[in-house]
Design a binder for this molecule. Sequence first.
Ligand code: UN1
Length: 512
Amino acid sequence: MTRQIVSVVGGKDAASASTYQSTNPARISEVVASVGMADADTFAAACRTAKEAQREWAKVPAPVRGRVIASIGRLVEANAESLARLVTEEIGKPYAEALGEVREIVDTCDFFLGEGRRLYGQTVPSEMPDKNLFTFRNPVGVAAVITAGNFPVAVPSWYLVPALLCGNAVVWKPAEYAAASGHALYRLFAAAGLPDGVLNVVFADGAETFRGLERALEEGTVQKVGFTGSSEVGRKVGELTGRHLQSACLELGGKNPMVIMPDADLDLAVEGALFSGFGTAGQRCTSLGTVIVHESVHDEFLGRFAAAVREARIGDPGQEVLAGPLLDQKFADRYEEYLTWIQPHHQVVSGETGRITPDSPRQDFTGEGGLFYHPVVVDGVRPDDRLFLEETFGPIVGVTTFRTLDEAIELANLPGYGLSSSIYTTDARNAFRFREGVSAGMVSVNNSTSGAEAHLPFGGNGKSGNGSRQSGMWVLDQFTRWQAMNWDHSGRLQKAQMDVADITPDLDFRLP
Ligand code: UN1
């Protein structure tokens, strides 16, 4: 029987305005969940409910909130297989990767459960006697979190877990095509004992969500927006929040470069390029965009890379495959558009392109009934090609060459994104020069562009984001506001900067 799911606001099922069918991209005729879709009114109402609930939640001592986060981690761990199976079923992520994704939620909980006992403020010396200065981290209030479906449970947890730990309430809008996974995660959070209304999940399309968010911002019920998705929508969210004097936490796309130096271990580089280019069917925001390989090792690298890609298994995500299908029909349609960017001056070195079908099989896999695509490597990409400049979410990797490291860094930065990057080299000087010059928020050395660990700052610059960072202690600045307090117990008005003791130095003093 098909799952029926609807938004949950204040602990209760909310009204739906229409229905969306979330399907299995490996077998598109299979409906994973029938999703009741809410409208802008429900979104705005959820924000009002969250605002009410937040007042009490903020009063719960942070160490106690930390215990709730600990329980969420335990519940996710105890349900890891069923959650991962659902992720595989709903978005076609290979099961091993889906399990890794679930692990990332547990890692996030492990990190933040301790933060409940830390969430440090400071005591700071005053310039006057009998006066004490302090800093406190206050919750921001209500966070509206809008997430993509390529990481339908891990990336949301990067927002939800720290936001809740810090004493905020959350209205979460997952991607429609990953609604069942989102709903399952919501239920695990709720089972940990979060009071009703502290976490709300709203299923709605982009337009209704945007209108609902606009209204909530006008009503003053949202103080922070977290958004993971395309640079295009990120700009709109940034504009909207900017009008309300807020800065959103934006995690956007990437055109992530991999530089291969002449001294690189080429087999290692091939392995890294294969995983970051085609793992998750190239649908991570950290997926490899362009390989920038030194001209002296270009032919050797390309030969080995093309061979590895030709051999890679694409297929049923329940099996041991490098990649399963694309996430959803709309991603398949967009990907087919990216394939039209291949120009006569390019060379496709990976074999077939396009959908895997009985007429265009891959080894013995015919891809019937699913959104399966051949992985594509395009050589001869030039700096003014769309393939070089724009994110191509899906299994396609460009290859270009360079002569000097400075040139490689310039090429790496040229598209104007700045999420992840990688360099393969055996010389520490190259690694550090690359780190210094590259615009990306994340740099890998002898490792792929994807697979960041859950407790390092995650985020990008330029078209990849507005400089906000998620994960680890850095995300605390997204979900708390610093408050400075001074307490004068001298019994008189001591004026800052004016009533300060002066110790007079002899500045003319010189040693003989
Ligand atoms: C994303 O695609 O939005 O670093 C996040 C990685 C993963 C997260 C990707 N840990 O590839």
